[in-house]
Ligand binder design. Sequence first.
Ligand code: PLP
Length: 438
Amino acid sequence: MAEDDKTEADLTGGGLRRRPRHQPLEVGGRRLSPATLMMGHGFDPALSEGSLKPPVFLTSTYVFDSAAAGKRFFEGVTGKRPGGAEGLVYSRFNGPNQEILEDRLGIWEEAEDALTFTSGMAAIATVLLALVQPGDTIVHSAPLYAATETLIGKILGRFGIKWLDFPAGATREEIDAVMAEANASGRVPLIYLESPANPTNALVDIDAVTASRDALFPGEKPLIVIDNTFLGPLWQQPLKHGADIVIYSLTKYAGGHSDLVAGGAVGSKAAINPIRMMRNTIGTILDPHPAWMLLRSLETLELRMSRAGENAAKVCAWLRDQPKVEHVGYLGFLEEGSRQADIYNRHCSGAGSTFSLYLKGGEAEAFRFLDALKIAKLAVSLGGTETLASHPAGMTHLSVPQARKDALGIGDNLVRISIGVENADDLIADFEQALAAI
Ligand code: PLP
């Protein structure tokens, strides 16, 4: 038998020692839901002494059964054979905790493949590095998370990569105009979206971006990459709207307990493969321990996000009527018939639990409100079990130039709130006394 024809079982001495990559996704003809699959998908207790939960695999390297097996696995690591290594090799490339997590992460969006990273920014940086070349133009929606803007505008800019953007709510015609300008400027490797945008919650019309890309790039198509941190994977699934790669800061809702930092990317095998090669080279793979913690977190993802979403709906309904509140930028309040509502109705199945609170006044009022909070914690980040509040203009988006902040609606009176799973009436009591302190 030629070495290339050997199966993994041949190469491991007949017995398939690695966990099965895909366990049954249905029982009695019923397709199992992600909430069910989070308890066991991708892990075979028999491979770990019957342990119900996977152990944390703390090892830097893995022992091959044979030299031929090692060679074959390296063909996967180096990209000679697409799809990644068929066996465990070295912890900069793969590991059981990360692979089980990746299998489970992909389940939510029925993605073919998934990767995990040391942070959301590591995921974004690895994806961009894998796709861009000097002279390219990246088209992106705006606003973006400030570090992503810095990465695209300032860091990649040093290597001769240009960018053009369109506002998150742009129409098909507006998107077409920016795409055409980018197309005329040279190669466009990717279109980078963030929806809802941090911190304004503005939605991008992914359907329109896909249609525009397909119409304006009849040949080699730029990949559509989207940061789905605010609503995914429960309430928005961009792969179903034509996106090629969906990126997550798993630090947020997926981790969900504000106790780890991690990132993820999901998509087709073809889209993920070059990203895996880049991750193998630069070593941005998630560590086993936070990967294990994320496996624990994904078991309650639907429960946590559902409860947080219900809480946010109650809190926002109360906030909206308060005299010191100018506006509540919550996706549940989009005006029927508006462009944002149209995008929401086509793309989203829930309004999430992170929203923008615009207070009457400016920075002084926002700071007094934040300083008075007793239950909600004054901290950046979002998607945890506890409610957090922060001031984007002075914190996460401080590095964004003032003119751009003004254009994007990141004002001094904007407070970003991420609602957790506490009792909603307790949270309302907290916001009531904080508004009184303004
Ligand atoms: N994308 C969005 C929308 C974010 O809000 C953040 C962090 O707040 C990131 C990416 C970066 O994620 P991380 O902090 O895990 O690197």
